[in-house]
Design a protein around this ligand. Structure first.
Ligand SMILES: NC(=O)c1ccc[n+]([C@@H]2O[C@H](COP(=O)([O-])OP(=O)(O)OC[C@H]3O[C@@H](n4cnc5c(N)ncnc54)[C@H](O)[C@@H]3O)[C@@H](O)[C@H]2O)c1
Length: 320
């Protein structure tokens, strides 16, 4: 692997840390930037504690061989973004824009691989959904991802900034060390696993969607597949690929009900799930078309089978 530094913003989080570990495993030089207070190293990877909007964080890289920025830092909860849009616009747009300007000042044109989201689509008209579909985000969170994609496109047009925005669907699973551990946890698999680990029935939000079993259908992608696509996206840019947006999912839709029932394979005497009302802003079906990722990145998901994702979520809950 190229010996230049790969900066991972938000690299103490679930996805960023998994990316940093894989870069390290492939012989690269990851450096994490995260504002959480923690040791100066994690898994042998240097950590700079700071906010991405702070110029001093980026000044330290001046004159160094920085190969790429994996931009994972940000606030991630759709529901919270509805209640507190100011924080979401500030962190996901203002701080990100500050970062881009400091990068221009101190480093010039460094390729950016951005953690975007399927939330940019809102409620899609079809499934699977392709990148050319209209963008109609239904939450401030989704708006921030759409706007940051637009900022990247404008910086590319005006300043030649290379970038790939990766629209993740539902990331899940573990690389063997890093596990999903959000607080609060709003993602289905770790949340269901936590309920079951305490003997409580898992909660399903809505069983009156127009889907095969009435529960919402989602696309779950294993973190190992997600991470390998990031490194492939960087290769793509290095080989002269045009900046673009790419969906990252498994390409397969699984209903919430099916995923919850899949826990029966690992949990003895599993209690029946409790169905409550729909969560505001949850579209009925969100499944990725991954044709573009396959074509441009020569990538395909290899670890995203639901049984494995459920097993790993259960192991994660037991090891908490
Ligand atoms: N997890 C998913 O399924 C999913 C789906 C779609 C998109 N995404 C996007 O992927 C990215 C990573 O998600 P995650 O699940 O790893 O989240 P996470 O909450 O585990 O990690 C995010 C990290 O970013 C850090 N951070 C936030 N703002 C910062 C700032 N201004 N400066 C420095 N550090 C900052 C936080 O301290 C945290 O460690 C996010 O941008 C998220 O919106 C995630």
């Amino acid at each position: 692997m190229h010996r230049g530094i790969s900066v991972v913003t938000g690299g103490l989080g679930y996805i960023g840390q998994s990316i940093a570990r894989e870069i390290s495993a492939r012989g690269g030089r990851p450096v994490i930037i995260d504002r959480r207070a923690i040791r100066p190293q994690v898994q042998g990877i240097p950590v700079i504690q700071g906010d991405i909007r702070d110029p001093e964080v980026w000044r330290q890289f001046q004159g160094q061989d920085v190969r790429a920025i994996f931009h994972c830092a940000g606030l991630i909860q759709v529901g919270e973004s509805v209640m507190e849009p100011a924080r979401y616009f500030d962190d996901n747009i203002v701080a990100g824009l500050g970062m881009l300007n400091h990068l221009r000042d101190f480093l010039g044109s460094v390729p950016i691989i951005f953690s975007s989201s399927a939330a940019v689509y809102g409620t899609p008209e079809k499934a699977p959904i392709g990148e050319e579909a209209p963008l109609r985000p239904e939450s401030p969170y989704g708006v921030t991802k759409k706007q940051f994609e637009e900022i990247l496109a404008a910086y590319h047009a005006a300043y030649g900034l290379p970038y790939v925005a990766l629209r993740y669907f539902n990331a899940a699973g573990t690389d063997g060390v890093v596990r999903e551990n959000h607080d609060p946890e709003t993602h289905l698999l770790p949340r269901v696993a936590r309920f079951l680990a305490t003997g409580e029935p898992p909660v399903i939000y809505g069983d009156d969607y127009p889907t095969r079993d009435g529960t919402a259908v989602r696309d779950y992608i294993h973190i190992v597949d997600l991470v390998s696509a990031h490194l492939a996206a960087l290769e793509y840019l290095a080989e002269g690929g045009e900046p673009t947006v790419i969906n990252l999912g498994s390409g397969r839709g699984m209903s919430v009900g099916e995923m919850v029932q899949a826990f029966r394979a690992v949990v003895e005497d599993m209690p029946e799930p409790r169905v409550v009302g729909r969560r505001a802003g949850d579209p009925p079906v969100l499944v990725a078309s991954i044709a573009k990722a396959q074509r441009l990145l020569a990538w395909r998901p290899q670890h995203s089978d639901p049984e494995r994702l459920v097993r790993e979520a259960w192991q994660g809950a037991l090891s908490r």
